[in-house]
Design a protein around this ligand. Structure first.
Ligand code: ADP
Length: 163
């Protein structure tokens, strides 16, 4: 069975992520979307909230599951018996960091491949941080995140103290 993981912060999940996940789900028998618990400082959503949102928006995919993990991505991949780590590439500036990570991961676990999927043009500008900034200022999120995520973002910012 071809198993892959798709790791990321997903703070929160966007249409850009969902595009990559949907396309990767066609390439592997089983795809594990894995929320990193410890890799970003001050996430807006807790790891549990991020997992919950992903589960909701991915429930129609039979071969996709959602999990979270601490520690090194390659250790998690090996633990799950995954052959591949799927990452999305957006802009050229993603490349340097992704290249470095892929080479490091290859050094740590030579049998785990990193597979890059190129973003779709219309999603190339979407990132979780842009989405949070737009939500903070009350802009429209309709073309960027699923309705459920839009609701959660509105709820978060309504109750956050404005500084
Ligand atoms: P990380 O903090 O690990 O970069 P992210 O949640 O930002 O996690 O992203 C997870 C994965 O999804 C990464 O491979 C990232 O490049 C990819 N990704 C994020 N947004 C997009 C997008 N708009 N199009 C394609 N890939 C994307």
């Amino acid at each position: 069975m071809r198993i892959a993981i798709c790791p990321g912060s997903f703070d929160p999940v966007t249409f850009g992520h969902l595009d990559i996940i949907g396309r990767a789900s066609l390439l592997f028998d089983r795809l594990i979307v894995a929320v990193t618990r410890n890799q970003i400082k001050n996430p807006l959503f807790s790891a549990e909230e991020r997992v919950e949102m992903l589960k909701d928006v991915l429930e129609t995919y039979n071969n996709v599951e959602v999990d979270s993990f601490d520690g090194l991505t390659v250790d998690y991949a090996l633990h799950k018996k995954a052959k591949a780590i799927v990452r999305g590439l957006r802009v050229v500036s993603d490349f340097e960091n992704e290249f470095r990570m892929a080479l490091t991961n290859k050094k740590l676990a030579c049998h785990v491949e990193t597979v890059f999927l190129m973003t779709r043009g219309e999603y190339s500008f979407i990132s979780s941080s842009t989405v949070k900034e737009i939500a903070f200022f009350g802009g429209s999120l309709r073309s960027l995140v699923p309705p459920l995520v839009e609701e959660k973002l509105k709820h978060k910012y309504k109750y956050l103290p404005q500084s």
